[in-house]
Design a binder for this molecule. Structure first.
Ligand code: ADP
Ligand code: MG
Length: 462
């Protein structure tokens, strides 16, 4: 008998490269988003690959610490999708190739252009986020007026500090200030995270002088999401000096934050006092009136750009304003979804449809089971579950059965064969037939339509 010796095999998989790094990078970008990817992960290199771990190259210690503390788990998760056997990552600090660096590090002007280009790529002002497009209500009126004010009286209120929760319009206002002033001023608009990235990059490339020059040339300096500097000493140090220089030369500084200056824990006291030394205003959650106004504006924007009405009944608009959370970004998201649904189903939406869409938005993790759909449907038609699942074909049983299959297809992510199995082992073609039949009936049978609507809201309401 032939003897197979595993021992003598030279560890076949060790160091065998399976990972296709460029597709790994593509998946990083997808799952982390472009901002994080390009700031932190783009330059990760695959140094060595083993069966159960990889060594990734990073440019500096700082990058390594940053990536390990924030992204390592997720990076491993992503890598596992490409190679299941991995269970560990190691980082190796590999300073960038010197000769490559020299290529574009010759003159000071070049370096500034380098900083400038990379900032411009990420910090273009969004032409749509203007003052005109900013709808005013009780919660944001003061923020709006203050932002307007500084545009007419530069550095009268310095800095302007706008704070409030997510999705309430801070970035929009900052952007509007930038747009308003950019014609006649040197405006710098940057997120604190990007500022930090630029800062690190400049240290690494020995270009701090240029970094300082570049930022301090602005006479309007707008920095978004300053809470990002919490706990980052080096960054705070640099920010403090940038701030002081700008302030001393009377540049207008505009800052946004998710909380008030005095609530910025792990930020140096001297910075906090600088931040609160000008005008501090907060943006609050929108009330019903403001949400309504924003929805109406969205409707008219829609009409203007598509030359047709989004077909939303008054009661639907009111329903959305009443039942959405206090987050304007989310409100707009819901609006877009409702309009898209309306277009797809080719009929004006009613409140029930809206309920479903909102539920879907807020409970996207919620799983609706086929069991639940079956129970609710059989109860609704006052038949027993056993009868509904039975082979009998009489209409009072067959119709509810078809409706339940239809709802299972619409509300769950189960495949047709899976749904079939749940209906007493029916074939998937039976499910297809049911879905088609009900789809058709919804168009020409008001009774069925009404039943399905009611069932939908029963299934979603609990
Ligand atoms: P934040 O920076 O506070 O998280 P954003 O400024 O990004 O919020 O606003 C989220 C979305 O809501 C953006 O699309 C913005 O244009 C919109 N938005 C916020 N407030 C208003 C408003 N008052 N009027 C019109 N759109 C608004
Ligand atoms: Mg923002």
């Amino acid at each position: 008998m032939e003897k197979i010796s595993l021992k003598n095999n030279p560890k076949p998989l060790l160091e065998e490269k399976i990972l296709d790094w460029s597709s790994v990078q593509t998946s990083f970008e997808k799952s982390f988003g472009t901002e994080i990817f390009s700031s932190w992960l783009k330059n990760l290199r695959l140094v060595k690959e083993y069966n159960d771990y990889v060594i990734l190259g990073v440019e500096t210690r700082f990058f390594r610490d940053w990536i390990t503390s924030r992204y390592a788990d997720k990076i491993l998760g992503e890598l596992k999708k490409h190679k299941l056997s991995l269970n560990r990552i190691e980082f190796k600090i590999e300073p960038e190739n010197k000769s490559a660096k020299n290529l574009f590090a010759d003159s000071k002007e070049n370096k500034i252009t380098d900083i400038k280009d990379s900032i411009l790529n990420y910090n273009r002002l969004n032409p749509n986020l203007t003052f005109e497009n900013f709808i005013i209500g009780k919660s944001n009126n003061i923020g709006f007026l203050s932002a307007k004010k500084i545009c007419t009286q530069l550095s009268r209120y310095n800095p302007l500090f706008i704070y409030g929760g997510v999705g309430l319009g801070k970035t929009h206002l900052l952007n509007a200030v930038g747009l308003e002033l950019s014609a006649e001023n040197k405006v710098m608009f940057i997120s604190a995270e990007r500022f930090m990235y630029q800062f690190i990059k400049s240290i690494k490339k020995n270009e701090m002088v240029n970094f300082k020059d570049f930022f301090r040339k602005a006479n309007v300096f707008i920095i978004d999401d300053i809470q990002f500097i919490r706990g980052k000493e080096g960054l705070q140090e640099e920010f403090f000096h940038t701030f002081n220089t700008l302030f001393d030369q009377s540049s207008q500084i505009v800052i946004s934050s998710d909380r008030a200056p005095n609530k910025l824990d792990r930020v140096q006291e001297r910075i906090k006092s600088r931040l609160s030394g000008g005008l501090v205003v907060d943006i609050g959650a929108p009330d019903y009136e403001l949400k309504l106004k924003i929805l109406r504006k969205k409707i008219s924007d829609y009409q203007n750009s598509f030359k047709e009405s989004p077909d939303l009944q008054e009661e639907v608009i009111e329903y959305i304003a009443n039942n959405s959370n206090s987050n304007i970004r989310e409100l707009i998201g819901i609006f877009n979804r409702v309009v898209a649904f309306g277009k797809m189903s080719k009929k004006p939406l009613n409140i029930n449809d809206c309920k479903i869409i909102l539920k879907d938005v807020y409970n996207s993790n919620r799983v609706i089971s086929i069991d639940k759909i079956q129970t609710v449907t059989s109860n609704f038609f006052s038949i027993s579950l056993a009868d509904m699942l039975s082979p009998r074909r009489s209409r009072p049983l067959a119709r509810p059965r078809q409706i339940a299959m239809y709802l299972a297809k619409k509300f769950t992510s189960r495949s047709l064969p899976e749904i079939g199995r749940k209906f007493a082992n029916r074939d998937h073609t039976t499910v297809i037939h049911a879905v088609k039949t009900i789809d058709k009936l919804l168009n020409n049978n008001d009774e069925i339509k009404k039943n399905v609507e009611e069932l939908k809201s029963l299934i979603l309401s609990d």
